[in-house]
Design a protein around this ligand. Structure first.
Ligand SMILES: Nc1ncnc2c1ncn2[C@@H]1O[C@H](COP(=O)(O)OP(=O)(O)OP(=O)(O)O)[C@@H](O)[C@H]1O
Ligand SMILES: [Mg+2]
Length: 350
């Protein structure tokens, strides 16, 4: 007999490959309908950036077709980002706060932050990006925006909006080229204000671009908001890897989970199809392995990344299909998957 029970039984054999649990007990099956020998339902993923979306859809279709009498299966894929407990700060709600850090400067944190945030927004999530690099705010240039909109309502301060995401940078508040000198308490209250006084609204992902190193901003942020986790960016050189290991240890001390390690500037794609390792190979992956941290992927050296950053046209938007853009997109989806996994582990334990 083709009935709800038979279909749900079939779907209870389909596993979410990352959460290691079946779709039915994860509560992902919605709107199940049966009409003659046709079955339709919705699979509600835990992130619109799910990297295994089509595999889950195929597995579900196969299971219903082989284990029940259904002849036709219609699946609607949707997503609702789940959070341990959305963090409420005034009227703002953050489901996942993800910080991007590194030990060493200039390794590509801001590049990863911008493209990560944009990739998640493009996949359909509600995303905010905070440039917390108070010493060298680069995100305005990388996105081609230089100011905040005027506050016409007098309410919460409006944020800059571009490509469907909200953006705040200390760079909007200071004049171009002026250095920023901050003392500890001032810095702490600045970080707090960026989070509470601005109109972030309800966000699925709040991406925070950190300054390099293991300093005050990291501490202030972790004291202001509970983080889902940090992404650590490194280049393959041993000195960068050493500093990344220090950053990893700092996040551990602050009890911030590390979602994974990204290796940037890993290789250069040569015209003959080969890959040239400019700065050595595999350092990021080895550090991940050694510390039991997920490896999120490598990004090739690509002049388009540099140019895109200088001209406000990030590669995931402006150079879709290029290997560097594809790498950043895949990394964003892995980050989203890792955030889902942490949330799920937390819920199953607690
Ligand atoms: N894969 C890449 N290929 C080519 N250029 C890159 C790549 N990644 C980053 N860049 C360029 O390298 C420079 C440094 O990158 P970025 O500003 O993202 O690093 P950062 O870690 O945020 O630096 P800082 O520590 O100063 O904040 C930028 O000009 C950026 O465009
Ligand atoms: Mg930066």
């Amino acid at each position: 007999m083709l009935n709800n029970e038979a279909v749900l039984n079939a779907l209870s054999h389909v596993m979410d490959p990352e959460l290691h649990q079946d779709l039915v007990s994860l509560g992902m099956i919605k709107d199940l309908k049966i009409d003659g020998d046709q079955v339709s339902f919705t699979i509600e993923l835990t992130t619109p950036s799910c990297p295994l979306k089509s595999r889950i859809e195929n597995d579900a279709r196969q299971a219903v077709l082989t284990m029940t009498e259904a002849k036709e299966v219609q699946i609607n894929m949707s997503a609702r980002v789940r959070a341990q407990k959305p963090v409420a700060v005034g009227e703002n709600h953050f489901k996942h706060v993800i910080a991007v850090g590194s030990g060493k400067g200039g390794v590509g944190k801001s590049t990863v932050s911008v493209n990560l945030a944009l990739a998640l927004a493009q996949d359909g999530a509600r995303v905010g990006l905070l440039d917390a690099d108070i010493y060298g705010p680069n995100i305005p240039r990388m996105l081609g925006i230089d100011r905040l909109p005027d506050n016409e309502t007098g309410g919460k301060l409006p944020l800059a909006e571009i490509y469907g995401m909200k953006v705040m940078s200390i760079g909007f508040l200071v004049q171009n080229g002026q250095p920023l000198i901050w003392r500890g308490p001032m810095l702490h209250s600045a970080i707090q204000q960026f989070i509470t006084d601005f109109d972030w609204g309800d966000l699925d992902y709040f991406v925070v671009d950190l300054p390099p190193g293991t300093g005050d901003v990291q501490l202030s942020l972790s004291q202001t908001l509970p983080l889902t986790g940090a992404v650590i960016v490194s280049t393959p050189q041993q000195v960068a890897i050493d500093d990344a290991a220090r950053a990893l240890a700092m996040f551990e001390k602050l009890e911030i989970p590390v979602l994974g390690i990204v290796e940037n500037m890993s290789y250069l794609n040569m015209p003959d199809g080969s890959k040239l390792s400019v700065f050595g190979t595999g350092g990021g992956e080895r550090l991940a392995f050694r510390t039991g941290t997920p490896f999120l992927g490598s990004i090739p050296l690509d002049p388009e990344i540099g140019q895109g950053g200088d001209t406000g046209s990030p590669v995931v938007i402006a150079a879709q299909g290029r290997p560097s853009a594809e790498a950043l997109l895949a990394i964003a989806r892995k980050v989203a998957a890792e955030a889902s996994i942490r949330t799920h582990q937390h819920q199953s334990q607690g």
